[in-house]
Design a protein around this ligand. Structure first.
Ligand SMILES: Nc1ncnc2c1ncn2[C@@H]1O[C@H](COP(=O)(O)OP(=O)(O)OP(=O)(O)O)[C@@H](O)[C@H]1O
Ligand SMILES: [Mg+2]
Length: 307
């Protein structure tokens, strides 16, 4: 397994000697596998942008180290293989979309003679062809994000950092950006996304991490985050009397009674077996047994509140 990003014990303190010192990252470690979409979540001020800026050499850590694409981050040459969409980016206002992409292609050292074809491709990908001759200063927020994404991809990078890519983008535009990110992943690219939009991150990320006050709270697959192993919804074949079930399953935690279903919290599968046996013995046929999923948002709010 090759890692696209390896972060070891990074600490970043802004203004360390002043009384306004801010610890933006505290002993933070993380790895991101190559070819995956990784979502970094956290409330405002958690340290998400600081992490990206350290990885890209825009700010420097106080301690710890990190590698991107197997090179130490101090090796600036690796940055030619990186794409970056900053949060609240400010593009030169006087350029139009097409010239903006040319400009960033040059900055990133892309000097292939197929540049105009590449620009056509990217404008089509982010659906900005119609606006290619319009000055950036006239772009809406969503259009700025689309051209920003094209900018991040212009030199065909292997690893792409996107800081709040769907900020200000409408729901259809967000779906289109998600689809673009998935197709980039299918091409083998690694994508690192900072976002507040948990429902979106949930839809595309392979793994997610939650950061709060500069500390890693939890990291795992989306599946691990959202599956509550211990809660099941039990659907019965017919309507039932909730008192009957309550008495029958008196030693278990049951809740959310509906016409033909209820939820139960169990410690393990043996307990679940006991419950299903009890129900069957009382002629209560089970139609369906579902492990309950929680949204990433609920998990996030719980974790942040606890810390
Ligand atoms: N240049 C700076 N000088 C001083 N403090 C800073 C600087 N940049 C960020 N900070 C502080 O560091 C902390 C982390 O900021 P950061 O921008 O990394 O958070 P974030 O998770 O990206 O937040 P948001 O979701 O609002 O973008 C915050 O308390 C912020 O005020
Ligand atoms: Mg930020």
């Amino acid at each position: 397994m090759i890692n696209a990003i390896e972060v070891n014990n990074l600490t970043k303190i802004y203004n360390p000697k002043s009384k306004n010192a801010v610890t933006a990252l505290s002993d933070f470690s993380l790895t991101v596998e190559i070819g995956k979409i990784f979502g970094l979540l956290g409330p405002n001020g958690a340290g998400k942008t600081t992490l990206i800026k350290i990885l890209l050499g825009i700010v420097f850590q106080n301690s710890g180290n990190a590698k991107i694409l197997e090179e130490d981050i101090s090796n600036y040459k690796v940055r030619t293989r990186i794409g970056y969409l900053p949060e609240n980016h400010k593009f030169p206002n006087y350029l139009n979309g097409e010239d903006l992409l040319k400009y960033y292609a040059k900055l990133s050292g892309y000097n292939e003679n197929d540049l105009s074809k590449r620009i056509d491709e990217l404008l089509a990908l982010v659906k900005m062809n119609k606006w290619r001759k319009t000055k950036v200063k006239k772009y809406s927020k969503g259009m700025l994000q689309r051209i920003g994404l094209a900018q991040a991809l212009i030199h065909n990078p292997d690893l792409i950092f996107l800081d709040e890519p769907t900020d200000g983008v409408d729901p259809i535009g967000r779906k289109e950006i998600r689809d673009i990110l998935i197709s980039l992943k299918n091409e083998g690219k690694t994508i690192f996304v900072n976002s507040h939009l948990l429902s979106e991150v949930e839809l595309i990320s392979d793994r997610v991490a939650i950061l709060n006050n500069g500390k890693l709270i939890k990291e795992g697959s989306v599946e691990e985050f959202t599956t509550q192993k211990e809660v099941y919804e039990v659907k019965l074949n017919k309507e039932f009397d909730s008192d009957l079930i309550t008495n029958l399953l008196i030693s278990y935690e049951i809740f959310e009674f509906k016409k033909e279903s209820f939820k139960v919290k169990v410690k393990d599968e043996t307990e679940l077996d006991k419950i299903t046996d009890l129900l069957r013995q009382h002629d209560l046929g089970i139609r369906n047994l579902n492990n309950i999923k929680t949204s990433l948002e609920d998990i996030f709010i719980n974790l942040i509140n606890k810390n």
